[in-house]
Design a protein around this ligand. Sequence first.
Ligand SMILES: NC(=O)c1ccc[n+]([C@@H]2O[C@H](COP(=O)([O-])OP(=O)(O)OC[C@H]3O[C@@H](n4cnc5c(N)ncnc54)[C@H](OP(=O)(O)O)[C@@H]3O)[C@@H](O)[C@H]2O)c1
Length: 234
Amino acid sequence: MNINNSNILITGGSSGIGKETAKQFIAKGATVVITGRNEAKLKQVAEEIGAIPLLFDVSDAASIPSMTAKAIELLDGKLDTLVNNAGIGVFPHLGEITIADLQAVYNTNVFGLALLTQEVVKTFKEQSYGNIINIGSTAALKGFERGSIYAASKFAVRGMTQCWQAELRKHNIRVSLVNPSEVASAFANENREERQEEENKLGPKEIADTIVNLVEMRDKGFVPEVTVWATNPF
Ligand SMILES: NC(=O)c1ccc[n+]([C@@H]2O[C@H](COP(=O)([O-])OP(=O)(O)OC[C@H]3O[C@@H](n4cnc5c(N)ncnc54)[C@H](OP(=O)(O)O)[C@@H]3O)[C@@H](O)[C@H]2O)c1
């Protein structure tokens, strides 16, 4: 797809991977709506990068239909690409798992992502066109110690991605999964501050580069899944 003059919705665009992806799309001429939960940060980042802010907590299932309509309205009724990036993680050992943590992670990573996509797909089907980029994780591929809740949520994202690929190809809707390994960001930081970039770890740039490449591919093809590793994280 030609990114110039396209319209894009990125959930969780106010920091880390989502922010960098929004910046890159905007630099290529797209109009981008970014969402987040912290209004002050969202507005400040939107102003900094030239995005349209939409205060929209995807874990609030009841608000998803009206907030999706609002996002599409902000883009004058046309949406080309949805980046399902908003995600959270908690990492308890088995024995410390609580229903509250399970629900919080699933509400954002799984239920919100599914219900939002379902709304957006109505527009994509009307257009007979659209791109969906789901942000998974290497935790979507393999479990690890303390990963019960997070890995399970990302396995679910991977499963849904494959189902949507099967359902949506015939509508010219491309669905891709991007699995980053560890990225220095605000992810899982209780104070929500961004981590400094580290020499041997991925930064948001490597993931944003990947997402932009997927979307830029000519519409006749798409990459179902891509995993990004740091070259030498040790
Ligand atoms: N960082 C890693 O090591 C890593 C590795 C693999 C995969 N990932 C995945 O990559 C995605 C982005 O992570 P990141 O590293 O960029 O994290 P981040 O810096 O913490 O950014 C997360 C973004 O999502 C927003 N967000 C969180 N929950 C939300 C909700 N319920 N509704 C709307 N917005 C919400 C945050 O906004 P607020 O601050 O306002 O909540 C923020 O803009 C996530 O899906 C994560 O699971 C990250």
